[in-house]
Design a binder for this molecule. Structure first.
Ligand code: GLA
Length: 373
């Protein structure tokens, strides 16, 4: 299976943790469709940890908890598929999952076959309770089991970048890999994860996307990953940063009851287009002031640039940057015509660069097009 775009969808963990059920997953699938999120590109509905019984059955297979999932997983996956969506589940490379449920170590091929029978399209694969075996071998086992199970199952590796996985994760068959620790719903957490990715961009590749963890947009301090919550501006900064760095976009809030600002942020088509741009060029920094005033640039298919200005500081900042640092010398005779992707407006033609005030924890997202001077 080849995965050519950062996956987009919804995952149960950030909001619901262990409080998951058949009804919740069905309602979330309904909400993904009815809210317009599916049409905006979100297609996976993923059940995270805590879905199984504490013991395997007599044949060594995982068993969905009948209290949470009385109809079993096949019926649920049929329902998700009937909505035009894809169905994701969770397991772990260790002897127990992170929440200490049965895990796939030494059961990789059985579990991959079970997931295939249930119609699973996506497997998030965690790294807790790891046996004393090199991590790459654990992911290679499951990578092989999935590749040979008879069904296309996207392999979402979640080892948080531990054990130097930047060097081996792409050899395992993973289609995306968690390049960060766990996210929480606070500005500090979003900022820490954002900054931690500066050195990880060279390890990005199309077909194995750097996964910065699920989004906290719209959590507003609630749920399993809820802390202080973020402002709407901070959620936009978070969403924009994940988008331009080509992270998978997995929503983590309760999509059955989103407010208007959350929906507007998550469905901005111009930001999503940057994330899903088919060229998948590596983003690069054209301004890095103290690891907190950052301008990321990315060449898009057809020659446009995406530009993301991020002020991670606690005060408003003036940010100056030049096309020279994009690789575009003034002598080439071009200016850049700039479109603001949050205002949805063309804001002018800029000959050599820009100087802008960006509010604390704020961002500006632009699409820039070469134009003759
Ligand atoms: C780890 C992962 C999280 C989540 C939990 C579930 O912490 O990084 O994303 O899957 O386990 O227990």
């Amino acid at each position: 299976m080849i995965v050519t775009k950062p996956p987009m969808g919804w995952n149960s963990w950030n909001m619901f943790g262990a409080n998951i059920s058949d009804a919740l997953i069905r309602q979330s699938a309904d909400a993904l469709v009815e809210s317009g999120l599916r049409d905006a590109g979100y297609e996976y509905i993923v059940i995270d940890d805590c879905w199984s019984l504490r013991e395997r059955d007599a044949e060594g297979r995982l068993v969905p908890d009948p209290e949470k999932f009385p109809e079993g997983m096949k019926a649920l996956s049929d329902y998700v598929h009937s909505k035009g969506l894809k169905f994701g589940m969770y397991s772990c490379a260790g002897t127990k999952t992170c929440a200490r449920y049965p895990s796939s170590f030494e059961h990789e091929f059985t579990d991959a076959a079970t997931f295939a029978q249930w119609g699973v399209d996506f497997l998030k694969y965690d790294y807790c309770n790891k046996p004393r075996i090199d991590g790459d071998l654990l992911y290679k086992r499951m990578g092989l089991a999935l590749a040979t199970c008879g069904r296309d199952i996207l392999f979402s590796a979640c080892n948080w970048g531990a054990d130097n996985s930047v060097e081996w994760i792409k050899s395992t068959g993973a289609h995306m890999w968690r390049s960060t620790g766990d996210i929480f719903d606070s500005w500090q957490s979003v900022k820490d994860l954002a900054v931690s990715q500066i050195e990880r961009q060279p390890y990005f590749s199309p077909c194995c996307f750097n996964d910065m963890d699920m989004l906290v947009v719209g959590l507003r301090g609630r749920g399993n990953a809820g802390l202080t919550g973020c402002t709407d501006q901070e959620y936009r900064t978070h969403f924009s940063y994940w988008a331009i760095l080509q992270s998978p976009l997995m929503i983590g809030c309760d999509i059955r009851q989103m407010d208007a600002a959350t929906l507007e942020t998550l469905t901005n088509p111009e930001i999503i287009a940057i994330n899903q741009d088919p060229a998948f060029r590596q983003p690069y920094l054209i301004l890095n002031w103290g690891r907190s005033q950052l301008v990321w640039a990315k060449q898009l298919e057809g020659g446009d640039y995406a530009l993301g200005l991020f002020n991670l500081d606690d005060d408003s900042r003036h940010m100056d940057f030049y096309w020279w640092d994009l690789g575009l010398p003034a002598a080439a005779g071009y200016a850049l015509s700039i479109r603001d992707l949050w205002l949805h407006e063309d804001i002018g033609i800029f000959p050599e660069g820009m100087g802008l005030d960006v509010p604390a924890h704020g961002c500006r997202m632009f699409r820039a097009r070469l134009t003759r001077r």
